[in-house]
Design a protein around this ligand. Structure first.
Ligand SMILES: Cc1ncc(COP(=O)(O)O)c(C=O)c1O
Length: 406
């Protein structure tokens, strides 16, 4: 190839490396490796029989329409089902407040495109969801990260930074949070902090992007109102909610939805017009069936029981194989699919990843989850995909691997 394409690429792509986890996942083809790396829900939790029935019905009855172009905003039947679904979480929206997306990742991409100019500031947690970083990065913002605490984002530091930025006539374009069982840390934001974040959002006029893929996967403790709900109670409209069917139904369906003030949603639809146009109707109809025909409440309860057991096994085995003297700590999530392990500071988990492959176990190095100034001695662990036996074995292998570095 003679042509040098690099000079042709847009400024937005300069220095953009994409999703770095992808490169690591390519190394996990050895079937002996127990991977705790992906964010995969367990296929055992796919409602398979219901999916077969719903799919068969669609193929038999709606073949003329399900593979046609369809509404850009989304199918009315799905919008209606989502409105009902959100009501059980005390969120009251109408069709004008929702846009169907082709996955949570798509929802993030559209959010970044809607709000960010190059150089705009985005507040994120340290660590935060890597997919959000790569989605927003395409608009070349500046990330400012704040160490997440046991009860969620460090709202006091947000405030301090906002005041500092004010002196330079700057402010963040938005604050991105995953308040429930955050990916990657598993940490949940307390009610007090949700309220404090809203106070700050109103006082300084900074929108909040609340990304909520795991809200329904709570295994312990009491549900805390979403920031979207709290904002609705205060009638301000400063919050945009991002949702996906990936973790509750199945990720391959690639359907999610964004909710927010109608002016915001209208502009998001404009972006989708030039972007994917419509989300496949078949996939949307399958999600409608999930919400209307598949008895999703007992299904979600089944998922909670199943993942709770896996989490329990993981945590119990960690206690056994990581005695305090090893200097390894980990979060104890009340839900979701992930937890966050911190190893002694001299261990770089990016290097440890390759060492762990020799022990036939894999995780995601923590440095992937930072918008800026990444920290090197952490790892994200997924406990939803591997079997309980594999989880216990993986912990043993991890322990041996880390011991070899102490
Ligand atoms: C916090 C968060 N947001 C968004 C997504 C993207 O979800 P989807 O698989 O629907 O693109 C994920 C997936 O892991 C996630 O953890």
């Amino acid at each position: 190839m003679k042509k040098n394409w690099n000079s042709q690429f847009s400024d937005n792509l300069k220095g953009y490396g994409g999703y770095s986890i992808g490169k690591l996942f390519a190394l996990l083809s050895d079937p002996e490796i127990i991977s705790l790396a992906g964010g995969l829900p367990s296929p055992e939790m796919f409602p398979k029989e219901d999916m077969r029935n719903a799919s068969q019905k669609l193929l038999l009855e709606n073949l003329d329409t399900i593979f046609q172009y369809t509404n850009i905003k989304g199918e009315s039947s799905l919008l209606e089902a989502i409105i009902k679904f959100l009501k059980r979480d005390n969120i009251d929206v109408s069709e004008e407040n929702i846009m169907i997306t082709s996955s949570g990742q798509h929802g993030l991409d559209i959010t970044g495109r809607l709000f960010l100019n190059p150089g705009d500031i985005v507040f994120v947690d340290r660590p935060t969801f890597a997919g959000a970083i790569v989605a927003f990065q395409l608009q070349r913002p500046e990330f400012i990260g704040f160490d997440i605490e046991e009860d969620g984002p460090d709202v006091a530091s947000y405030l301090k930074k906002i005041k500092e930025l004010q002196k330079q006539d700057k402010k963040p374009k938005f604050i991105y949070v995953v308040p429930d069982f955050q990916n990657p840390s598993g940490i949940t934001m307390s009610l007090e902090k949700r309220e404090a974040l809203l106070d700050l959002s109103y006082e300084y006029d900074i929108p909040i992007i609340e990304d909520s893929p795991y809200r329904d996967l709570r295994y312990y403790g009491k549900t805390i109102p979403s920031i979207f709900e709290l904002d609705q109670r205060r009638e301000e409209g400063n919050v945009i909610g991002l949702y996906t069917f990936s973790k509750l139904f199945c990720p391959g369906i690639r359907v999610g939805f964004n909710i927010g003030p109608k002016d915001v949603i209208a502009r998001m639809i404009n972006i989708k017009e030039g972007n994917v146009l419509n989300t496949p109707k078949y996939n949307q109809d399958m999600c409608t069936a999930f919400l209307t025909e598949m008895n999703y409440e007992p299904h979600l309860e089944k998922c909670r029981n199943y993942y709770r057991e896996k989490l329990k096994v993981f945590l119990q085995t960690m206690e056994k194989y990581f005695p305090a003297k090893m200097g390894v700590t980990w979060t104890k999530p009340e839900g979701g699919l992930f937890l966050w392990v911190t190893v002694p500071e001299h261990i770089d988990t990016y290097e440890l990843f390759y060492e762990a492959l020799k022990f036939k176990v894999a995780f995601v190095p923590g440095s992937t989850f930072y918008g800026e100034n990444s920290s090197k001695n952490h790892m994200r662990i997924n406990f939803s995909f591997a079997s309980k036996e594999q989880l216990a074995e993986a912990v043993k292998r991890l322990s041996s691997c880390i011991k070899s570095k102490l």
